[in-house]
Design a protein around this ligand. Structure first.
Ligand code: HAM
Length: 377
């Protein structure tokens, strides 16, 4: 066995018990998106590397160190396995002029790839389902996306998933804030760790969500982004909070929530479970009104989220396998042909039938029938 080839680190096989549960979840998710008027879209797993560099940002963890990037030697171009699907969905919307005749609500699901350090709840191949709403500038769709997540958690019977919410304003407001934040961080540079010192120059807002207690102390006395927001940004955030409150969705405003991708503006949010340890964020999203233009398209507002399927499945717990309706045992000369035909007849009538294969007496097949979970043999 020692020379047996194993799966790539951080990339997991989904065995039948869990695969059945995930197939069921896929159905629930598709029906839920349809109830809110979201239509499916599918984009390739591979994209030009430049798409993610431009959309997610050069100074993010994803682009700096987590992308599966390689040169396609046949055309000598740099390609990347998608680390997320917002960039691809916006690219597709621009390429196919999806918003020319009005706004669009879209959803997707599938594998994403990030070269992170694997641990429980963090994998190098993982699955997301997500929604992207294009062409809606107001906080109503931000609220809709959040309310629909709350409805899904309810439908799945998932309790204790809390909502953290923040606004990061416009690019101009953030630039003014960033300058003052950097000044503050420089004044306390001796208390910063290496990571914070590096980010101070590349992506200072990410210092806000540092897990290091010493850095957190510096952050606690830093200026607050909220104080740099203009009228329009405040009104957007107020509108969102009002809609959520009216809809009965509880939230906590977390002024340090900045998210790990650079395309966001205004609304950002995360759904977090405390039952999953360090990787407790089951869903994250926000608004990205600059992304269409950034990717060379006609400007259009965007907002969306993506949820991590592996993390949700961990919360869902043990799968319930139902087994087939019947296990068909045959014994003796000529019975195999009859069993084959009977099996087809039953399946045509809608029953799930497992035909015993591999011979044996009567006892062994009956044991297999038992083990299959079938209601009848
Ligand atoms: P994200 O926060 O990077 O956002 O990922 C969304 C969710 O995917 C996370 O909350 C987590 O549940 C799951 N996830 C991320 N990385 C991993 C991993 N290595 N292993 C397992 N699960 C993981 C985005 O991807 C944005 N595109 C979301 C979005 C859509 N924003 C606007 N529209």
């Amino acid at each position: 066995m020692s020379d047996a080839i194993q799966a790539v680190r951080g990339m997991n096989d989904v065995l039948p018990d869990e695969a059945e549960l995930r197939l069921w979840l896929d159905g629930v998710v598709a029906a839920w998106f349809a109830r809110y008027g979201y239509r499916p879209i599918r984009t390739p797993l591979l994209e030009h590397t430049g798409l993610f560099r431009r959309a997610i940002g050069e100074a993010t963890d994803i682009v700096e160190k987590e992308m599966y990037t390689f040169t396609d030697a046949l055309n000598n171009e740099s390609l990347t396995l998608r680390p997320e699907a917002t960039a691809s969905t916006v690219r597709a919307a621009i390429e196919h002029s999806l918003v020319y005749d009005g706004p669009k609500r879209l959803w997707y699901a599938g594998p994403m790839y990030r070269h992170e350090r694997p641990q429980k709840g963090r994998y190098r191949e993982f699955t997301q389902f997500g929604a992207e709403a294009f062409g809606y500038p107001g906080p109503d769709v931000d609220a809709e996306l959040i309310v629909m997540c709350a409805a899904l958690w309810r439908e799945l019977g998932l309790e204790g998933i809390r909502l953290e919410l923040n606004t990061i304003g416009s690019a101009e407001e953030r630039a003014a804030y960033r300058a003052d934040l950097v000044k503050h961080l420089l004044a306390h540079a001796s208390a910063l760790d290496a990571d914070a010192k590096r980010r101070l120059h590349t992506n200072p807002l990410r210092v806000l969500d540092s897990k290091n207690p010493l850095v957190q102390e510096v952050v606690a006395s830093a200026p607050a982004l909220m104080d740099y927001l203009g009228e329009a940004s405040r009104a957007h955030f107020d509108g969102l909070r009002r809609l959520l409150t009216t809809a009965g969705v509880a939230f906590a405003v977390n002024p340090k929530l900045v998210r790990g991708l650079d395309y966001y503006n205004l609304t950002v949010f995360e759904w977090i479970s405390d039952r999953l340890g360090a990787q407790g964020t089951v869903c994250g999203g926000g608004r990205y009104d600059g992304l269409f233009a950034q990717l060379g398209g006609k400007p259009a507002p965007g907002v969306g989220f993506a949820a991590g399927v592996e993390r949700l499945v961990a919360l869902l717990g043990a799968p319930v396998s139902t087994g087939p309706s019947a296990y068909l045992v045959h014994q003796g000369e000529g019975t195999l042909e009859y069993a084959f035909a009977l099996g087809e007849e039953l399946r045509a009538a809608g029953f799930a039938v497992v035909l015993h294969a591999g011979g044996g007496g009567f006892k062994a097949p009956m044991k297999k029938a038992d083990a299959s979970g079938a209601a009848l043999a």
